[in-house]
Design a protein around this ligand. Structure first.
Ligand code: IGP
Length: 272
């Protein structure tokens, strides 16, 4: 049976071929963002003055349908960063997530912070595209790539100065795709094949991730308690979309969570 992930990848292959013939690489390389120095996601996640939250802009998803059709990228992205997020993640897939490249470029224009291009990368062309729209980091998803592809695409991203977040959701994917060509490992708590969510996945895989990689926990996070607990497992990045985007003012939901985490951590350090 074909999973949603198979369908997304199948669609993406066609989409990438279409874009290649529409926008030649030369044009991507002419973008004003091409020569710019990317901002390090790794470094921002390790800054003690920030929350570690990678706040995501996501209009819809295959599991939820429409999440938020109205929030503007500009206000939301600025608000996320003012709330204390460490970085932004912007979905650029149109067909399944309702995003577009322009969303990322809009976020880029208004924010001086690392921006992750969230898409289904299967081809070098998409990495050139990420650079041309102003992204600092790309996502590689182990579930849709072979180890050789992760290495090749990771190396290519590095050659452009982009950082690489590799997403895994089980032990096999993790062990199969570890390579120095990635910078951060993201454990997806959502199984992209059947959409079930469990933060136990992050807890189980945490100790298997070598310390050279920054650990990121992704999906299904909405409670301050979970963030505080997962930090104890070594996670420094917390990728959150739906919990913010399902509200009418995502940036306010982000601020509320940041404050709740602060309150929890200060009360824990007082009682310790
Ligand atoms: O909205 P959530 O449950 O907070 O999850 C955010 C992010 O982890 C999720 O959007 C995501 C994780 N990996 C992906 C790969 C492709 C598209 C989307 C994703």
């Amino acid at each position: 049976m074909s999973t949603i992930l198979d369908q997304i990848v199948q669609h993406k292959r066609q989409e990438v071929e279409d874009r290649k013939s529409l926008v030649p690489v030369k044009l991507l390389e002419n973008s004003i963002y091409f020569p710019s120095q990317p901002i390090s996601l790794r470094k921002y996640l390790q800054r003690p003055d920030l929350s570690g939250i990678i706040a995501e802009f996501k209009r819809k998803s295959p599991s939820m349908g429409v999440i938020n059709a109205y929030a503007p990228v500009e206000r939301t992205s600025i608000g996320y960063m003012q709330a204390g997020a460490s970085a932004l993640s912007v979905l650029t897939d149109t067909q399944f997530f309702g995003g577009k490249s322009e969303d990322l470029t809009t976020a880029r224009k208004f924010n001086l912070c690392p921006i992750l291009r969230k898409d289904f990368v299967i081809d070098e062309y998409q990495i050139l595209e990420a650079k041309s729209i102003g992204a600092d980091a790309i996502l590689l998803i182990a579930a849709i790539l072979t180890k050789e592809e992760v290495e090749r695409l990771g190396q290519f991203a590095h050659s452009l100065g982009l950082e690489v977040l590799l997403e895994v959701h089980d032990r096999q994917e993790l062990e199969n795709s570890l390579t120095p060509h990635v910078d951060l490992i993201g454990v997806n708590n959502r199984n992209l094949k059947d959409f079930t969510v469990s933060i136990e996945t992050s807890k189980e895989l945490a100790s298997l991730i070598p310390n050279d990689f920054v650990k990121v926990t992704e999906s299904g996070l909405s409670k301050a308690e979970n963030l505080v607990e997962l930090r104890q497992y070594g996670f420094e990045g917390f990728l959150i979309g739906e919990a913010f985007m399902r509200t009418s003012r995502p940036e306010k939901a982000c601020l509320a969570l940041v404050e709740e985490v602060k309150k929890l951590t200060s009360s824990q350090s007082v009682s310790a």
